[in-house]
Design a protein around this ligand. Sequence first.
Ligand code: ZN
Length: 439
Amino acid sequence: MSERRVETAAVGAALHAFVAELFPICRSITGDGVRATLAAIARRVPALPLIVHEVPSGTPVFDWTVPREWNVRDAWIANAGGERVVDLARSNLHLVGYSVPVDAHLTLAELKPRLHTLPDHPDWIPFRTTYYDEDWGFCLSERQLQSLPDGTYAVRIDSTLAPGSLTYGEALIPATEPDAGEVLLSCHVCHPSLANDNLAGIAVATELAARLAARPRRRYAYRFLFIPGTIGSITWLARNEATVAHIRHGLVLTCLGDRGRPTYKRSRRGDAEIDRVAAHVLATMGGAHRIVPFEPWGYDERQYCSPAFDLPVGCLMRTPYGQFPEYHSSADDLAFVDPAALAESLGLAAGIVDGLEANRVYRRRDPRAEPQLGRRGLWDPVGGKTRTTNDLAMLWVLNLCDGRHTLLDVAERAGLPLPTLAAAAERLVTHGLLDEVGA
Ligand code: ZN
């Protein structure tokens, strides 16, 4: 294997190991599972300035209210012989999330309306929740349901739904340049043992945060949010209406570990800088990929892109939510998440960030004709040869960097990768031929 491939394999293995570490935790939109997940992120990246916020139950957040906190210790269904036929201890998907406490005996017929299965995938356990409706239920495989004999079953749910708080994590990695604003990176942390849908996004976001925190230079500040889906982003927006003004670009990171091709979902604006940068990076870095338009469905981009905010926030994923059969089921497990896909997703997210950092505006110091590059050592003096990509990048920068075009404009027009043009621009700045506008 080449050195680069060995490195990619190591990155993928490390990301997958973090997914595996987080996998057993019983998460929901509130409760100790979210806290344990945030603690694991903090342990993994000690340099990350992660703040854990606790927002009290009952706090109004726009049209919503922070719900009561839910925690569960034990939940099971036992047959007449006392054998636990369905047990939270075996899979935390077995219990419908936010189930209220129960201690009862029911016949199978009485129990059945509360049992959820996936008849099309008879060996999988579905993931179901009842966040905003006081209820309870269990999830199991269709095959197991069919095997349950009639009779009376003992049902026990040892949960609490009580005033507490909604927990989310936030880390702001500061910029090293003034006044450029912030990039928002957001992922949800509210699903239990589901590997692609939530843990892959968390693992990629955590590693991206570690890398950004370790950089000596950052044009933008980077605000990472590790939040419960929907209610978490609504809560954050309600508490941060003033912060929103600083956000220049944003990405929701989700479903980044399956073997499908990468997908970028555009922001509500459709043509924001993040949308153009992401499309350019996927076209120049990745192989097969897809770019899809905004729709008011999916993850927290729905809230960031609500009309009052209309933030330039897109969503990076692989196979979109709901479009892989394993979605919201026990088949979204550790085997479903591929280390190579995780590593590629991290590379794409980092590439988009690099693109945002590089997309500056430059102006020729003296825009009359071409400068003589040979005498500056920027040009192979032997004429008549085919010019390299770097040579062409330099010519494109010298031609289009007139103070009006961004480097992304140049990249799109030249059909060259943004990093190649950024390197050319840097060389020309060093040689006094180019200046960054506003720097
Ligand atoms: Zn989900």
